[in-house]
Each structure stands twice: as C-alpha cells, then as structure tokens.
Write a protein that binds this ligand. Structure first.
Ligand code: NAP
Ligand code: COA
Length: 275
C-alpha cells in the first residue's frame, strides 16, 4: 500500500480502514463519511444529538457501509474518550480522523456576549484540539491521516464573524503545529477549507435570503456553489496514500472564492442583532 510503484487505485483504497468523523451527522462531514464508506472504509461518527447521529448511521448502513455512532459533544473530553475507546474496541486503530464539528451565527462583535464568542471558540478550536489530542493514543502509527475542516474565515477577515475567524485561524495553526509534532509518528495532519457549499447549514446561516445567495455566488470565480462531493473528493485525496508526503497543508476547495477576500455579510444580519 505504501509502495510508490503500486497502482493508483490501490493507493486510493480504504477497504477495511477505520474512519472517525467528529461532527459527522450532517452536511459536509456526513458527505465525507459517505465518500469513505463508498471506498470500503469502516465508519464511526459522533455529534451532540443522539437522534441526528442515529439517522445518519442508518443512512450510512442503508448504503451498505459498516458504520456506528454515538452522541458526544467535542467540548466534553470524557464523552470523546469514550467514543474513541468504543471505536477502537470495535474496529481497531483509527486510520483517518476528520475533525469537522462547528457552530456559527452572524453577529457583529458588539452583538456577541463573552459566552457567544466563547461558544464558537469552544466548539471549533478547543473542540478540534480535544478531538485530535484525545484521539492520539488511538491513531494508527505510522500511517494515520488527520483532516481538520477549516473555513475561509481562517484567513479572510470577515465582518460579523469575529468568533469564527479567530477560531478557524487557530484550527489551521493547530494543523501546522501538530503536523510538526506528529510527523515523526508517521501521522499526517492537514486542513481542508471548503468555500461556499450549496445545500448546507453553513451557507443557510451566512446567506439566508435569495439576494444574499446571489451575491455570494457572484463572488465565486468558478461561478457556482460547491457540492458536498467536491469537498469529500479532496478529503479522500488528502487522506489517501496518494498524498503520503503532504502534511501541514491548508487546502482551499472553494472555486477560487477565497481569492476575492472577506465577505460583506450584512445581508445575513437580522435587525435585532445590529442594535
Ligand atoms: P452542519 O451540517 O451544521 O454540520 C455541523 C456538524 O457538527 C453537525 O453534524 C452537528 O451535529 C455537529 N456539531 C455541532 N456542534 C457540535 C459539538 N459541540 N460537538 C459535536 N458535534 C457538533 O454544517 P456544514 O455547513 O455542513 O459544516 C460542516 C463543516 O464545514 C464545519 O466545520 C464548517 O465550519 C465547515 N465549512 C462549511 C462551509 C459551508 O459552505 N457549509 C464552508 C466552510 C467551512 P449536532 O447538532 O448533532 O451536534
Ligand atoms: N447572535 C448573538 N449571540 C448568539 C446568537 C446570535 N445569532 N446565537 C447564539 N448566541 C449566543 C447565545 O445568546 C449564548 O450567549 P449568552 O449565554 O450570553 O446568552 C451563546 O451564544 C451560546 O448559545 P447556546 O444556544 O447556549 O449555544 P449552544 O452550544 O447550544 O449552540 C451555537 C451553539 C450557538 C453555535 C448553535 O448555533 C449551534 O448549535 N450550531 C450548530 C450548527 C451550525 O452552526 N452549523 C453551521 C456550521 S458552519
């Protein structure tokens, strides 16, 4: 599998590999889980809501994938540890770890309480640290691939996104630092940066009206919203042996939208949040 001369398809094969997706019950992260399932991986997912996890697991199993999941909040180290232990007891060491749990709302900094700012940092940044740090004993060494799901706010300053900008910039720094610390273990750590992806909760929150959606689409050089599959394809690539020498990378999958810089999200603000 790690032989450079093996065939392309063999180096892209996830048969029997163990993939853990934090925040995997919906949207982009669920699409990533499905993509790995379609390549033969065994799947473990977690998110806060037990019903949402159960629905997603049923959806994965209905496609014939080996999958299980349980409720765990990435802000709760004990719940995470329990989920990692359950995963390795069932499947063995984790080959691919996806950290994609996140929360967002649109508000000016003056419209955010300390707890509002802290809540997003706790989920996105501290949550990512928790997921990676607590998964570490359970990751395959050598060979594991870790993928953090970042966002364009990490490098594009964006009005009304102070919490997400700060948190996701931190996520990308964690990616780089842990790529250095865990490289000697044979663990690769990368960030994937989706641009605006259609039919997702993320875009519904940032562009809640037709006008805001049209403005967002107009800012994407390739002229269309991304598909969840666009992100899932690159997740497969970065976690496969085809990317065996790639670590510490922060890769946009965004139709060029980051090239256009930060967004004006005033179209997403509700009147009561501006006061
Ligand atoms: P989504 O469907 O809301 O996905 C978020 C997932 O995280 C859900 O499964 C949610 O399930 C889980 N989650 C939230 N808080 C959690 C917590 N504290 N602990 C554990 N799980 C938690 O949103 P999405 O739009 O697909 O976004 C997925 C990822 O892509 C996020 O990291 C986001 O920042 C990134 N992204 C999205 C876009 C986009 O266009 N949508 C663009 C750039 C980046 P529960 O409610 O059950 O917890
Ligand atoms: N504007 C300003 N503050 C807001 C807000 C908004 N639109 N929405 C929530 N807050 C504040 C709350 O008032 C609270 O602060 P307070 O205690 O000072 O009143 C703080 O944020 C935490 O809110 P709470 O609802 O208790 O947090 P939670 O942990 O239950 O939920 C969120 C986290 C707020 C991020 C919620 O939107 C969520 O669960 N999101 C997940 C889905 C998602 O965002 N998907 C897109 C991913 S990109």
């Amino acid at each position: 599998m790690h032989n450079n001369h093996s065939s392309l398809s063999a180096r892209f094969d996830f048969t029997g590999r163990v993939v853990f997706v934090a925040g995997g019950s919906s949207g982009i992260n669920l699409a990533i889980a499905e993509a790995f399932g379609a390549q033969g991986a065994r799947l473990a997912i977690i998110s806060r809501n037990e019903d949402r996890v159960a629905t997603a697991v049923s959806q994965l199993q209905a496609r014939g994938f080996e999958a299980f999941g349980q409720a765990a909040d990435v802000r709760d180290p004990q719940a995470l540890t329990q989920a990692f232990e359950a995963t390795t007891a069932r499947f063995g060491a984790i080959d691919v770890l996806i950290s994609g749990a996140a929360g967002n709302f649109v508000a000016p900094a003056t419209g955010m309480s300390t707890n509002a700012f802290k809540t997003v940092v706790d989920i996105d940044l501290l949550g990512t640290f928790n997921v990676l740090r607590l998964a570490y004993p359970h990751l395959r060494k050598p060979g594991a691939a870790v993928l953090n799901i970042s966002a364009p706010q990490a490098f594009n300053p964006t009005r009304y996104q102070a919490h997400v900008c700060a948190a996701k910039a931190g996520v990308d720094m964690l990616t780089r630092v842990l790529a250095m610390e865990w490289g000697p273990d044979g663990i690769r750590v990368n960030s994937l940066v989706p641009g605006p992806i259609g039919d997702t909760e993320g875009v519904r929150r940032l562009a809640p009206s037709d006008e805001a959606l049209a403005a967002m689409q107009a800012s994407i050089p390739l002229g269309r919203f991304g598909l969840k599959q666009d992100v899932a394809d690159m997740a497969l690539m970065l976690c496969s042996d085809l990317a065996g020498f790639v670590t510490g990378a922060v890769l946009p999958v965004d139709g060029g939208s980051s090239l256009a810089g930060g967004r004006d999200l005033s179209g997403a603000l509700r009147p009561q949040q501006t006061s």
